[in-house]
Design a protein around this ligand. Structure first.
Ligand code: DGJ
Length: 350
């Protein structure tokens, strides 16, 4: 009896495990991607559109984390608005994680809006943009810098939050005007010597400030420079390659696209020289492919491989804004972002 049942039972178990493997594979493959499709809906691993705008990337312990503005619900224009200050209610900052930069797992909101205190920087009625997270090796803390503003953008301040884990939750600390100057579009950058810097559009977006941070990354150290004076640049995205610093910026035209430029410097606080050759190439390059810079990702383990991250804003339906991620190449002629309809990491092999 025993010897007759056993082979049958074994076969059944094998069949069952084969079935469950195929079913699992189906689920996994349903929402897995192998290419970048700039401007198209980009789903996370659960099949929902990624919602992380004006974002930035942190690479930590073998994982990429993408932080961005979680834009949910109706886009509206405040009745008193004198310009196209389209907004969604603040919902918070989202986080996604990935090992390959193509497939992103939703880690949820790592900083949430505040609903019951109208005076709070994170109240739903405010503006919360361009979060960037850096890791402080000395303190072991993840530090988020972001643009916090009033609905009419008159507050023009930087907000800071900290967390013990890359996936939060982050604890909001405070906001201020760094170096007593307005701060709107912004990013933060950690140099090889572990010194960190905030880059921010100041003086009514006319001049870009570069401000060294304190060793804990929580405040400006007091050392800063004024750059691109009166040139009205915003949407800064900073990276370093071969001892040179690079910054991509856009012009100032609200949510509407304009032409991006890239500048280089030998020292991080400047002087910056704008590259003569256009950064973007291909159809609609003069409008940055209808998108705006937010970050440049150094691809880990691939020398000289960078991905330029842009937001393709949909100003009347901000939640439906898309992402344009493109390879950025640097050669003797300078930096180039060439339009691709669809691409994958093998582009860096060429
Ligand atoms: C352009 C900025 O880059 C965005 O982050 C946002 O602040 C819009 N302006 C608002 O119009």
């Amino acid at each position: 009896m025993k010897s007759f049942l056993q082979p049958k039972l074994q076969l059944l178990l094998i069949l069952l495990s084969l079935y469950s493997c195929t079913a699992k594979k189906d689920i996994a493959q349903k929402h897995s991607a192998d290419s970048f499709n700039p401007g198209s809906v980009w789903n996370d691993t659960e099949g929902n559109p990624i919602n992380a705008h004006g974002g930035g990337i942190l690479f930590h312990d073998g994982i990429y984390y993408w932080y961005g503005e979680y834009k949910k619900g109706k886009t509206s224009l405040p009745p008193e608005a004198t310009w196209e200050a389209y907004r969604t209610d603040v919902a918070g900052i989202s986080c996604y994680s990935s090992k390959d930069l193509v497939n992103w797992k939703n880690e949820g909101l790592v900083l949430s809006a505040v609903k019951d205190d109208a005076a709070h920087d994170l109240h739903t009625s405010k503006v919360l943009e361009r979060p960037k997270v850096i890791f402080n090796k000395k303190t072991g803390k993840f530090v988020m810098w972001m643009h916090v503003d009033s609905a009419d953008y008159s507050k023009a301040a930087a907000g800071v939050a900290v967390s013990d884990s890359p996936v939060g939750k982050f604890k909001y600390i405070e906001s201020f005007r760094p170096n007593n100057a307005m701060s709107r579009d912004q990013t933060v950058f950690v140099d090889d010597d572990a010194k960190a810097y905030q880059f921010y559009s100041s003086e009514d977006n006319k001049t870009m400030y570069i401000s060294e941070l304190t060793d804990d990354y929580l405040r400006p150290s007091g050392k800063f420079t004024r750059n691109f004076e009166n040139l009205s640049r915003e949407a800064p995205a900073v990276f370093k390659y071969n001892k040179k610093y690079y910054i991509i910026t856009s012009g100032c035209s609200g949510w509407d696209p304009n032409i991006a430029t890239i500048a280089t410097a030998d020292t991080i606080m400047g002087l910056w020289t704008v590259q003569k050759k256009e950064l973007c190439e291909g159809p609609d390059a003069d409008k940055t492919f209808y998108a705006q810079s937010t970050y440049v990702i150094p691809v880990q383990g691939r020398e000289g491989a960078f991905i330029a991250m842009f937001d393709k804003w949909n100003k009347t339906d901000l939640e439906s804004s898309r992402y344009v991620w493109l390879p950025l190449r640097i050669d003797k002629n300078g930096a180039t972002v060439l339009w691709q309809e669809k691409w994958d990491m093998s582009i860096f092999d060429k």
